[in-house]
Ligand binder design. Structure first.
Ligand code: ADP
Ligand code: MG
Length: 501
């Protein structure tokens, strides 16, 4: 980030003067199979406008019917978030025009959400727990998707044409809204990231959403305001929309804290507005002035009866809740025999599920851990993506581990195989074949290289014979060079020892 482009206050100075207040709104697309109010497929990635019907296209006279599975999933989420579940809740129309929404209103819930007053305890980097209070979780439908052509970076500004894809229109969504999060201070960015991460883990464990932030099936709007330290009243908030990775959530909060502080300290005013997050440099930019609830002219949808969730049904659903991620974590930690800190680091790095999946493909937990938290984490950092978004699957990592374990690749070659997969060169075995990665097993060739290296380094041989057994590194290096890195270092060491003793 270039300080020259933005007027930002130093983060530590922000905290001396201001107290951040956050509100996080997370949209989760449900994996129900069909849409919230019609029977079209809710699948992601199909041919544009292939999953549409009179209801999701908003054709006159079409009538919505509530997807029972959608309601069940909403209740699951509500229960897992320790919410009260409303026996009767209602759908409302949120009226606004946008080309990706053919009806000109979105069916949502307003003053009667299905779940309300809950909390989620999240664990921060140093192990402390932070309770995030949940205001409500309500059901609604997603909008279609617009693709803007001809403008810069896909935005509508400067575009020459826009394409509308209604496949997503009507896909079931749950919006989970926190109460204002106060008192986090310097940890505000971390709390935001930990909360969204915990929520992602939770809905995935519940099996109600694939919660892929990169594909938009989970998105976060981050509200932030500042108030002078010591003051009670909230300041004016901005709402940064549609943030699609955990690290961006953290960075958006951090940036808004620094930006708003700079504006306020110069006597300026914060306008209530939406803002866009810029992946490229971690900044936010001005969106539109924020509507208030009145602007949407909410009213109960006359096409939909109230949703009934009798207590027995809710209890039945409660019975089906899976092992909660935090309990599962504790169990796995015990199985792997690792400490609290190591476990936390794994979780914070987003590596836990990847490691588990890698072990399910045959790797040992130790090896899987070591690959994901060292080499692959380094790659993710280089590319500035979340670990899960690296272009390599746990099955592929498990294959690399297998080849290294069986002595077919050295660790170094294993890394090259990973590099190849990440570079899009294909599956592990293809990369290994194409790049000619193989440990040379031919004793004759290696032996010749060892003999040559020993003959070229009489001083080392002398030192070794004088009792200094640690000097063989240069010999191994020379052999590796001569064999273009294809010898097995273990085998080379054995040969050297054999020849010199
Ligand atoms: P909207 O419809 O404007 O998105 P919501 O009520 O859905 O409003 O969400 C607003 C979010 O912002 C909630 O999480 C709320 O707790 C939080 N919030 C409300 N006021 C403030 C404020 N002044 N500063 C920061 N967050 C706020
Ligand atoms: Mg909202």
């Amino acid at each position: 980030m270039t300080a020259a482009t933005y007027d930002l206050m130093d983060f530590d100075e922000v905290l001396e003067k201001y107290d951040p207040v956050m509100g996080l709104e997370v949209h989760v697309e449900l994996s129900t199979g069909t849409k919230m109010f019609s029977s079209s497929s809710a699948a992601f990635g199909d041919e544009p406008n292939s999953n549409v019907d009179p209801v999701s296209l908003g054709l006159p006279g079409a009538l919505p019917v509530v997807n029972e599975k959608g309601v069940e999933y909403a209740i699951k989420i509500g229960l897992a978030l320790n919410c009260s579940i409303a026996e009767s809740s209602r759908f409302a129309r949120k009226n606004y025009f946008y080309p990706d929404q053919p009806k000109n209103y979105q069916i949502s819930q307003y003053d009667e959400p299905i779940a309300y007053d809950g909390y989620l305890d999240v664990v921060l980097g140093d192990g402390t727990e932070w309770r995030v209070e949940i205001e409500r979780a309500h059901m609604e439908e997603d909008t279609g998707k617009l693709t803007h052509l001809g403008g810069a970076s896909g935005r509508i500004h400067g575009a020459t044409a826009s394409l509308v894809d209604c496949n997503r229109a009507g896909v079931p969504l749950i919006e989970i809204v926190t109460k204002p999060i106060e008192g986090a201070g310097e940890r505000a960015p971390e709390v935001a990231k930990a909360y969204v991460g915990a929520l992602r883990e939770l809905v995935a464990a519940l099996g109600v959403s694939d919660a892929r932030m990169d594909q938009g099936s989970m998105r976060c709007d981050a509200n932030l305001s500042l108030r002078p330290v010591g003051e009670k009243e909230f300041g004016t908030r901005t709402e940064t929309k549609n943030i699609n990775s955990l690290r961006s959530v953290e960075q958006a909060i951090r940036f808004e804290m620094q930006r708003q502080a700079a504006v306020l300290s110069e006597g300026g005013e914060i306008v209530q507005e939406t803002r866009h997050y810029q992946e490229a440099d971690g900044s936010t930019s001005k969106g539109r002035p924020k509507e208030t609830a009145e602007d949407y002219r909410y009213f109960n949808d006359p096409d939909l009866p109230p949703v009934h969730a009798p207590a027995e049904w809710v209890e039945q659903i409660r019975e089906t809740l899976p092992e909660m991620p935090w309990l599962r974590r504790a169990r796995i930690q015990k199985e792997w025999g690792i400490g609290d800190k190591e476990m936390r680091d794994l979780v914070n790095a987003g590596a836990l599920d990847l490691i588990i999946e890698t072990t399910e493909h045959g790797a040992s937990a130790d090896e899987a851990r070591s690959w994901w938290v060292s080499y692959l984490a380094g790659k993710a950092n280089e590319q500035e993506v979340d670990l899960a978004d690296l272009e390599i699957t746990p099955a592929q990592v498990a294959r690399v581990i297998e080849l290294v374990r069986d002595g077919k690749l050295t660790t170094k070659m294993g890394r090259q195989a990973v590099d190849g997969v990440l570079a899009g060169e294909g599956d592990v075995d293809k990369v290994v074949a194409d790049r000619g990665l193989e440990v040379v097993r031919d004793d004759g060739a290696i032996e010749a290289a060892v003999d040559e290296a020993l003959a070229a380094n009489p001083d080392i041989v002398e030192k070794y014979r004088a009792g200094n057994k640690k000097v063989t590194g240069a010999i191994v290096g020379a052999v590796m060079k001569a064999t273009k890195g294809k010898a097995d270092p273990k085998q080379v060491n054995q040969l050297i020892a054999k020849k010199l003793n």
